[in-house]
Design a binder for this molecule. Structure first.
Ligand SMILES: [Zn+2]
Length: 361
């Protein structure tokens, strides 16, 4: 039997070695490691999925979704960090910001781009957990290319495609990165589908954490509806500042954003009930295409969230979302190396069923 879902992959995604994360002032090992991608690729290959190399795309869609200054910053910040002597002279082996120009700090002053790279690092990054090293940019770009390639497959008639993106992306806003994410791969896929002629897009974010970046990128737009189920930020979970039910969109986007926070400890029943409600709402929009922010960190085994979803739950989720319309699945979180592969096979098998695809024998 073979899993009838193309797995789009860029070898460059392995080059990002964040070297841990600074959480609450202490550098930990971190869980967003290259081995995640290897485990996912191995499990999907073993299940018979075809691996499709990501095709290099131009920057147009990246620079539509994101402020071009953010893209330029990410492309050059390691080079500037090295040129400033920070790794060799000061033992700073990764880019970590230490000052952030918050609204409270500036109090109305214009936002400048300081010449010193260690000052500038906090202009485009909102936390201390999202480190940049020498191989980060090629990996970030490779993940974006995987998302663009998967979107292209769906545009050219595939019913389903999966982008094995690493690093993940849904915490990146138009102008700021964080949450172990650098460019917003799901938003890039959605924008590519729009550019190729799809009218109404639905994004379903089933990562355990709220996709604050994706929400805010499309917050003022009606052409891309965003729905998320995630652990309640009000119960003390990242991203803390977004993901609440009252966030419903703005202006033309009013009513095109839906958050369904869940209590810590929620399992299959609550999670799938919330997802079904999101799917009902999405179906009413008669979407031309669906983008799934596929986090596998809602699993009970995952160290990064308190949700308790099972493999069977993920399989049902795949079936529900892929039944809606042609679907691009974009990898987000998921950190338990022992269970990650089984979860990915489960959700993609469910998606194939939902899309009406038959496994070839
Ligand atoms: Zn997550």
């Amino acid at each position: 039997m073979s899993l009838p879902v193309p797995v789009v992959w860029s070898e460059d995604c392995l080059r990002h070695e964040p070297g841990g994360e600074v959480w609450l002032g202490v550098r930990d090992e971190g869980t967003e490691v290259p081995a995640r991608a290897l485990v996912l690729r191995a499990a999907l290959t073993a299940a018979g999925a075809l691996v499709v190399p990501a095709v290099r795309h131009g920057d147009e869609i990246l620079r539509t979704v994101h402020d071009p200054e953010l893209v330029d910053h990410l492309a050059g910040v390691w080079r500037d960090w090295e040129a400033a002597g920070l790794p060799a002279g000061y033992g700073r082996d990764r880019v970590v910001p230490y000052v952030f120009p918050t609204a409270g700090m500036l109090a109305g002053l214009p936002e400048r781009s300081p010449p010193a790279v260690h000052g500038r690092a906090g202009l485009y990054c909102y936390d201390t957990m999202t480190l940049v090293g020498p191989g980060s940019w090629p990996a970030i770009r490779g993940a974006a290319d995987a998302a663009l390639t998967a979107a292209g497959l769906v545009c050219s008639g595939e019913r389903l495609a999966y982008a094995l993106c690493r690093p993940p992306g849904h915490h990146v806003t138009r102008r700021a990165y964080g949450g172990s994410c650098y460019l917003n791969n799901a938003a890039i896929a959605a924008q590519a589908l729009r550019a190729a002629g799809a009218g109404q897009i639905v994004i379903l974010d089933i990562d355990a954490h709220h996709g604050n970046g994706t929400q805010m990128i499309f917050y003022d737009r009606a052409d891309v509806w965003y729905g998320s189920l995630h652990v309640d930020p009000g119960a003390g979970w990242f991203p803390h500042y977004a993901g609440y039910p009252e966030e419903r969109g703005r202006g033309e986007g009013e009513g095109f954003n839906r958050n369904r926070p869940l209590a810590p400890g929620a399992g299959d029943d609550d999670w799938l009930a919330a997802l079904s409600a999101l799917c009902d709402e999405a179906r009413a929009l008669e979407p031309d295409a669906v983008v799934v922010s596929l986090g596998l960190d809602a699993a009970a085994t995952d160290p990064e969230s308190p949700l308790c979803v099972t493999e069977a739950g993920y399989r049902t989720a795949g079936r529900l979302v892929a039944a809606l319309a042609p679907t691009v699945l974009v990898q987000e979180g998921g950190y338990d190396l022992a269970s990650l592969g089984g979860l990915a096979v489960a959700v993609l098998s469910g998606a194939a069923e939902g899309a009406g695809l038959r496994a070839s024998s």
